[in-house]
Write a protein that binds this ligand. Structure first.
Ligand code: AMP
Length: 114
């Protein structure tokens, strides 16, 4: 775990976060600066920098992560209304925290421009 990784520090409990779900090496917590009424971040607890480093996770971790994202959306009541899942990689993607995370956004009709 890199000492300077914000999300690793959230995993370790060193920085507070509003956790909404946790299981088997996966964590979901509310974004500190929400871009929609529901804005949850899903991360693997094990550090990989971004989706580009996803081969650093096991096959089980990768598939569990996908199911976990859907479970979080269901838990947040977004199944019927719908939701968006995104991840940013690198400068053009405007990634700002370098620990793989999925934005789960919903609770309103989202912009069609992204
Ligand atoms: P990205 O720009 O895709 O790297 O997204 C990073 C996200 O992390 C942004 O939406 C931030 O609002 C969010 N964020 C930054 N610091 C925290 C924190 N301490 N707790 C929860 N979310 C955070």
């Amino acid at each position: 775990m890199p000492d300077d990784c914000l999300f690793c520090r959230i995993v370790a409990g060193e920085i507070p976060a509003e956790v909404v779900r946790r299981s088997d090496g996966l964590l979901a917590f509310r974004d500190i600066s929400p871009k929609a009424p529901v804005h949850v971040l899903v991360i693997p607890e094990r550090h990989v920098q971004s989706l580009a480093g996803v081969t650093g996770l096991t096959q089980a971790e990768r598939s569990d992560m996908l199911a976990f994202i859907a479970e979080v959306a269901t838990q947040e009541g977004l199944d019927e209304s719908g939701y968006r899942v995104t991840t940013n990689h690198g400068p053009d993607g405007q990634q700002s925290v370098f620990h793989l995370h999925w934005h789960v956004l919903g609770g309103t009709q989202l912009s069609d421009s992204m």
